[in-house]
Design a protein around this ligand. Structure first.
Ligand code: TYC
Length: 104
């Protein structure tokens, strides 16, 4: 410590600062089908996506009417985990509910 030149004095790390890149974000979407119950979709939105009952109901009705709807936006690993959680909950109840992720 204190002997010799610091890396700054040596001229290292000049103009070499790297910008930290922000992680890509992914939309997690629920897809409509004819068999999954509205009640179950609301439950999924509450339990997996931490929506209030009011918001979960609004999102579920949007999916029911329009074919798909946004459940949340996450980094890739979190989005993959949410998709897997939805499919596992649906599988256990034998509902065909589908959930997909899309890069923003
Ligand atoms: N269309 C379903 C019904 O009428 C309800 C539903 C809503 C299913 C949203 C899936 O992602 C979904 N029971």
């Amino acid at each position: 410590m204190g002997l010799g030149k610091s890396k700054y004095e040596e001229g290292l790390e000049v103009e070499t600062r790297q910008r930290t890149k922000k992680p890509s974000l992914y939309k997690v979407l629920l897809l409509n089908d004819d068999y999954t119950t509205m009640e179950f979709v609301v439950h999924v939105l509450e339990s997996v996506f931490h929506k209030s009952t009011v918001e979960a109901t609004q999102i579920m009705l949007h999916v029911h009417k329009n074919g798909s709807g946004l459940a949340g936006v996450y980094t890739r690993d979190i989005a993959e985990t949410k998709v897997a959680m939805v499919h596992e909950l649906a599988r256990k109840r034998r509902f065909p509910l589908k959930c997909i992720m899309e890069r923003e």
